[in-house]
Design a protein around this ligand. Structure first.
Ligand SMILES: C[S@@+](CC[C@H](N)C(=O)[O-])C[C@H]1O[C@@H](n2cnc3c(N)ncnc32)[C@H](O)[C@@H]1O
Length: 215
């Protein structure tokens, strides 16, 4: 996939969660965070010896997951493609030495140094990403992680509409992806797939959480 096609995909798909949905998405999601964490996140974290010391909250939005990760980590780096969300987090976490914020281009992590993150985390974001973008990011996730680090990735498990269909027509705007396709892409990037759990999100097994490990 050429970079110009990825850039076009980012323009079309990735900039839908900024100020326009400040309350409709970010406010509502933040009010649901504790419930989401205890149902979807905590059970996976409890099963594995994760080193949270330097965590990344990827596609962080307004930082509701960062707030939870800060209970576990020494430092959290927030990454997002949307400048409005970056600016929101810069204000929200101004003066907090345990956080940093990095804007990305929507398809790689060229601004993040290699092997600097002990735990890579992303929730409620990659469920919407086109498969080409997921494929482009996975080797980058691997690169920025320290050896033996774990990655917690919440992604779509929806294949009923083809990959070319507008994802906004799909239930809960899930993009085309399956647990099997994701596992193949993760292994091709170098990861071991430690576990995959399926979750209902209005639709049975609509989502999957994959826990990956870097060798
Ligand atoms: C539905 S919001 C979820 C935000 C946050 N993870 C949460 O749970 O509140 C999706 C987030 O993904 C970001 N995003 C979308 N496409 C992206 C891409 N290609 N690369 C990085 N971030 C992206 C958006 O800017 C937005 O902040």
């Amino acid at each position: 996939m050429f970079f110009h096609s990825l850039k076009t995909l980012v323009k079309k798909n990735s900039l839908l969660w900024g100020k326009d949905v400040a309350d409709a998405y970010h406010g509502a999601a933040s009010r649901d965070m504790n419930a989401h964490w205890s149902v979807f996140v905590q059970p996976v974290l409890d099963r594995h010896p994760i080193n949270f010391t330097r965590s990344i909250d990827f596609a962080c939005g307004y930082g509701r997951n960062t707030d939870k990760l800060l209970e576990l980590a020494d430092h959290v780096t927030m990454i997002d493609v949307n400048q409005e969300n970056i600016e929101h987090c810069q204000k929200k976490y101004a003066g907090n030495p345990r956080t940093s914020i990095t804007e990305c281009n929507g398809y790689d992590l060229r601004n993040v140094a290699s092997e600097t993150c002990t735990f890579f985390y992303t929730f409620d974001s990659m469920v919407h990403f086109p498969p080409e973008i997921v494929k482009s990011y996975l080797p980058e996730f691997y690169r920025v992680m320290s050896p033996s680090g774990y990655a917690f990735i919440h992604h779509s498990n929806y294949t009923q509409a083809g990959p070319k269909k507008d994802f906004r027509q799909n239930p809960h705007w899930r993009n085309y992806m399956s647990a099997e396709i994701f596992a193949d892409l993760a292994r091709a990037a170098g990861f071991t797939v430690v576990e995959q759990t399926f979750h209902d999100w209005g639709v049975p097994n609509l989502d999957c959480i994959s826990l990956l490990k870097k060798a």
